[in-house]
Design a binder for this molecule. Structure first.
Ligand code: BGC
Length: 814
């Protein structure tokens, strides 16, 4: 009945000494109080701490002494409701290696030829039975580690991407069941990944951004029943290395395997690396879904644009070859590879005689179509979706199947791009952690999936990559260099994302961790204000549909105007954060007010002429009350006068529908949502899109591709899997279905459906930190489910009435 969670994200090998504790309820009980216990033993006889309290807090502070490295504790919760005390629900937590001095392992690499994937291994004996065994492991590169020939987990591309020069994530695995008394082997393959593989596009593409030697760091600790411990670590002694059949494996280009190659021994070498070792909080990257394909060579359509790879079973004669090429779209019946730019996205094999199960090692592709070329017999083919294994938290559906497809496309946009870090796109020679893309999508991302741990990891990198001046790079991890920073809407991720994560999860610690970084970014810009305004270069409303194909920053809405509106919002969020944390916030509230006032003076008459100008000025409080209706109506006119077609780029898009619905212009909001003409959300759907496109007109009405080439950038810029425009999904949940949930400043649910556009029903649900909230409306009634612990309100016509916990059905009179 109770589902437990902690702020550490994972159960095993956590990096937090005093994690906060929380739980959700399967039933909407009216909760009076709770009791939490933490103990050293399963029977709870050796109690470490206990908290009792009233009500239903989102998080309870760690009740007891902080965890030490390797410590394993049991914790449990029960709640008191009208039905009396519930049973206890329990879970375990185990700390990882919390001090650098806990690590006796050294990074170990092989003298490979600089592109190969080596195999490292050690043989060791265990003289006593195994009571418990933990493997702490990471790599400079990406690794798969095995004990006695069996993989220690189904995680892939571990340890993911962090700012490796400063922070390196490690994972903890329970490998007790894989070991035996007697002879054992620990082995690993180490690929280039983000550490040594290609990064960045075009002429700036380069290998070895973080170093030219891959290496493994593994520490296996085996506890025996007599209390003794055997520790096996990577280091100069007892390890051997060999070449493997993986000749190269690159994230952009794909992998190349030759099973006929003889394998030779390689010298091993200790590699020095001083990054901080951190336990990962976010979910590992995993295979999450499989799409069956026909067992044959040739061109395949998976039916879904996804990130991952093709898995095959083949029967081969010695020396037969196999090649898989990937693309997101077809042009004239063939793979359209131009949008991939310099990324080859091709996997090749030379096969030995026999039957083989094949998956390309240490790479991933963004694709819907693939071409399989082989002279071997193809026995089975499937496409495997791969991404950070974030848990889905929200659903939406309505009576218009086109809108449902749009929603699925947004979900797949997130799934394809939440791969260790939030990327702009998963297919071309880019795949970077663009801060602006993550910022505009963060609100929707945190609604669709539980992203607390995922973003906590990435925000830690953002803080590390923030420059001493407070400036924030446009990509995190920053592989572009310090010059590429300080852009409105991009660098503002430093403020917006912690805020979004905290409001969604109720975890104020996220704000505590980030508040200095938020303030540093704001102070950095404030110091540059001229006449109260920020006059630096801006990418602005990036990819406005009317911007020239090769100049995405030349939007209809002035870039500086857009940058100031977005920045004013960041300053306000900083003020709100400081107020929430109990500190003085008035100064920043004043700064925010000042920028809003100046921006209104300078751009008020201009803002009203574009969809983005109206949307941002309305949503971020730049329009004085007396002018609001004029702005709302002007925005509605801009939309309706444009036949419902959208006119916004990255920064205007998340706000434009809310600006209309806040102002009561549902007619224009639904016209915009349901328009099928180019550019619009449903134009993409009508064109058969299964993910969100980077450009509104990625496929033009005449069937040609808008590659976005220019004199400056001939290769262009065209992805079919960019989530920014997917920010529309939150509006479907919060306005069409009408379910808005926030945990801060107080836990609150507002049910305010706003039917329109001919829809006859809609429904949305959300797994909140305390339980499931849901709304469904049709022409006859509204049905609402409110979990325990919220102040909840029903608003059908602009007035609010309180909703009780549990189910409420409100009949609608026609
Ligand atoms: C990326 C975008 C990004 C932009 C900013 C592009 O190459 O794909 O999504 O935000 O550059 O310059």
């Amino acid at each position: 009945m109770l589902k437990l969670r902690t702020s550490a994200g994972r159960e095993l090998g956590i990096g937090v000494r005093e994690p906060s504790l929380g739980w959700s309820l399967a039933e909407p009980l009216s909760v009076r109080g709770f009791e939490v216990e933490v103990a050293d033993d399963e029977q709870f006889t050796r109690l470490r701490g206990r908290t009792r309290g009233e009500g239903y807090p989102t998080w309870v502070a760690w009740p007891g002494p902080p965890l030490a490295s390797r410590e394993r504790v049991h914790w449990r919760v029960r709640v008191e409701s009208d039905a009396g005390w519930s049973d206890w629900a329990g879970a375990v937590l185990e700390a990882g290696l919390l001090e650098r001095s806990d690590w006796s392992a050294q990074f170990l690499g092989a003298d490979d030829n600089g592109v190969q994937v080596p195999r490292l291994s050690t043989a060791f004996g265990l003289g006593r039975p195994v009571a418990k065994a933990r493997l702490y492991v990471t790599a400079l590169g990406v690794h798969t580690t095995s004990v006695n020939g069996r993989l220690v987990s189904d995680d892939v591309l571990a340890p993911g991407w962090t700012a490796y020069d400063q922070r390196l994530g490690y994972d903890t695995y329970d490998v007790g069941a894989l070991l035996r008394q007697g002879d054992n082997e620990l082995s690993a393959l180490v690929g280039d990944g983000w550490f040594r593989g290609n990064l960045v596009w075009g002429e700036r593409m380069h290998r070895c951004h973080y170093g030219d030697r891959t290496a493994l760091l593994a520490q296996l600790e085996v506890d025996h029943p007599d209390g003794s411990r055997t520790t096996i670590v990577t280091g100069p002694d007892g390890w051997t290395a060999s070449s493997t059949d993986i000749l190269s494996a690159d994230l952009y280009h794909g992998s190349s395997v030759d099973q006929t190659q003889p394998q030779s021994a390689l010298p091993v070498r200790v590699v020095e690396h001083r990054a901080e070792l951190v336990a990962r909080q976010g979910p590992p990257v995993r295979r999450t879904e499989v799409f069956p394909c026909e067992p044959r060579a040739g061109l395949h359509d998976v039916g879904q644009n996804l990130t991952g790879w093709v898995r095959l079973r083949v029967r081969a004669q010695e020396g037969q070859t196999l090649t898989v090429r990937h693309a997101e779209v077809l042009l004239d019946g063939e793979l359209a590879t131009a949008p991939l730019r310099a990324a080859r996205c091709t996997d090749t094999w030379v096969l030995r005689e026999g039957e083989h199960e094949l998956e390309p090692p240490f790479t991933f592709h963004g694709f819907r179509y693939f071409e399989l070329l082989t002279d071997a017999k193809v026995l089975a083919v499937e496409s495997v979706a791969v991404h950070s294994d974030i848990v889905r938290t929200a659903d939406f559906a309505c009576s218009d199947e086109r809108v449902n497809q749009l929603h699925r496309n947004v979900v797949w946009g997130q799934r394809g791009n939440f791969l260790s870090i939030p990327t702009d796109c998963p297919q071309r020679d880019e795949r970077l952690g663009w801060t602006g893309d993550a910022q505009v999508f963060a609100h929707t991302a945190g609604l669709l999936h539980d992203c607390r741990g995922f973003f906590a990891d990435w925000l830690a990198d953002l803080r590390h990559e923030q420059l001493p001046t407070g400036n924030v790079p446009v990509v995190v991890p920053n592989v572009l260099g310090p010059d590429e920073a300080g852009i409105g809407g991009w660098s503002d991720a430093a403020v917006v994302i912690p805020w979004e994560v905290a409001v969604r999860s109720g975890d104020v610690a996220v704000l505590r961790d980030s508040v200095d970084s938020m303030r540093a970014w704001v102070d950095f810009v404030v110091a540059q204000l001229q006449g109260g305004l920020w006059l630096g270069f801006q990418l602005g409303d990036w990819l406005d549909p009317d911007a020239p194909p090769g100049a995405a920053w030349q939007a209809k809405a002035d870039g500086m105007m857009v940058g100031n509106a977005v920045f004013a919002h960041s300053v306000q969020l900083l003020a709100d954060t400081l107020a929430l944390l109990g500190g003085p916030s008035a100064d920043y509230a004043d700064v925010a007010r000042g920028i809003r006032g100046k921006a209104w003076e300078r751009w008020g008459s201009e803002a009203i002429t574009t969809q983005t100008g109206c949307a941002l000025f309305l949503r971020f409080g730049l329009v004085p009350d007396a002018d609001r209706q004029r702005f709302v109506d002007a925005l509605a006119e801009l939309v309706l006068g444009n036949g419902g077609r959208i006119g916004t780029g990255f920064l205007g898009t998340p706000e434009v529908l809310y600006a209309l619905s806040d102002g009561g212009r549902l007619d224009a909001a639904y016209a915009l949502l349901l328009c099928e003409e180019c550019p619009s959300w449903l134009y993409q759907v009508a064109q058969g899109a299964t993910t969100m496109w980077e450009r509104w007109d990625a496929i033009r009405p005449d069937g040609s591709l808008n590659l976005g080439g220019s004199e400056r950038n001939e290769a262009g810029m065209l992805s079919f899997n960019h989530y920014a425009y997917g920010a529309v999904a939150s509006w479907l949940h919060e306005v069409v279905a009408g379910l808005t949930v926030r945990e801060l400043p107080v836990p609150e649910i507002v049910v305010a459906p706003r039917p329109g556009g001919g829809l006859t029903w809609a429904e949305a649900s959300l797994d909140t930190p305390r339980g499931r909230a849901a709304v469904r409306w049709d022409t006859k009634r509204v049905t609402v489910d409110v979990p325990a612990g919220y102040a909840a309100w029903l608003d059908l016509d602009g007035t609010r009435t309180a909703l009780p916990t549990g189910r409420t059905v409100v009949p609608l009179t026609q």
